[in-house]
Design a protein around this ligand. Structure first.
Ligand SMILES: Cc1cc2nc3c(=O)[nH]c(=O)nc-3n(C[C@H](O)[C@H](O)[C@H](O)COP(=O)(O)O)c2cc1C
Length: 260
């Protein structure tokens, strides 16, 4: 029977982790969550299922939650998840476990993994180049251990911060980002924009349109920042503080891999 690894990734951290793990598992297919959610329905009949994605506002991204609600589990797989994050994983994996339970499944193994931060929403939470390299090198060592556990189908308590304080902080964070600030209202492009359309192609929710003179963002914005970080001209900005800010993507992941 096959193994399936589902990933969501804007700047490549979660995809790099997914690729390393998929390479070490037999008969493992790597599937984009952004592609699955576009389908009417999706059947999973694998022996093992992996879910790898970033933490957003101490929780799982909306697109990942939608994915779990959409899929049908036709088998009873061993399920593991890795939530890549910038040191604040919150209750992300508790959400995943809860959604899986609603589908009659369990999260057997749930890891959080510190990777370079990519958020510039409201405030800059990215790291220095040195710190990015350090975190990527550290992650490779940790991933090797994770792979052993996954191959053995180990079951363990899921990782994260599950205190009431974190739940409240997460709710406030989500309210501030998605209901009050709304990233889609703060993107703008400089004169360097060549209207190449990469932002439109890379958007996981097909939320970007190219009008006559303008790039426009609709209301279905995940806030993932793929458009911001991958624009080849660094022409996309968010608010007023990103003009001279360097963009980030995982050094081993290409634009073509994220777009596909
Ligand atoms: C909108 C947004 C919110 C984020 N919120 C958190 C958070 O609450 N805690 C955290 O540790 N990292 C947070 N991050 C950072 C990402 O989880 C982290 O950089 C992740 O590895 C990016 O994965 P990717 O490269 O696969 O997209 C956030 C990033 C974005 C874009």
């Amino acid at each position: 029977m096959k193994n399936s690894l589902f990933y969501f990734s804007a700047t490549g951290n979660s995809l790099a982790v997914s690729k390393e793990i998929a390479n070490k598992l037999e008969n493992c297919e790597l599937i984009s969550i952004a592609e699955v959610v576009k389908k009417e329905s999706y059947d999973i009949d694998s022996e093992m299922v992996g879910l790898i994605f970033p933490v957003y506002c101490l929780d799982a991204p909306k697109i990942v939650r939608e994915f779990i609600k959409k899929v049908n589990f036709n088998s009873n797989p061993y399920i593991f998840s890795i939530a890549t994050n910038n040191r604040e994983p919150g209750y992300t994996l508790a959400t995943i476990d809860k959604l899986l339970k609603e589908k009659g499944q369990n999260l057997d193994l749930g890891y959080t993994l510190v990777m370079p931060g990519n958020s510039v929403v409201i405030q800059d939470n990215t790291n220095s180049r040195e710190e990015q390299i350090l975190r990527i090198n550290n992650s490779k060592v940790i991933i090797r251990e994770m792979i052993k556990d996954i191959q053995e189908k180990r079951k363990a308590a899921i990782e994260g911060d599950f205190s009431l304080k974190d739940s409240i902080k997460g709710l406030i964070y989500q309210l501030a980002v998605y209901k009050i600030y709304k990233p889609q209202n703060h993107f703008w492009t400089t004169k360097q924009c060549r209207r190449c359309g990469i932002c439109k192609k890379i958007c996981p929710t097909e939320n970007i349109t190219l009008e006559e003179q303008e790039v426009e963002w609709g209301n279905n914005c995940e806030g993932c920042l793929a458009c911001f970080h991958w624009c080849p001209q660094s022409a996309i900005n968010l608010g007023n503080n990103t003009l001279n800010k360097s963009r980030y993507h995982h050094p081993e992941i290409s634009l073509a891999e994220i777009i596909k």
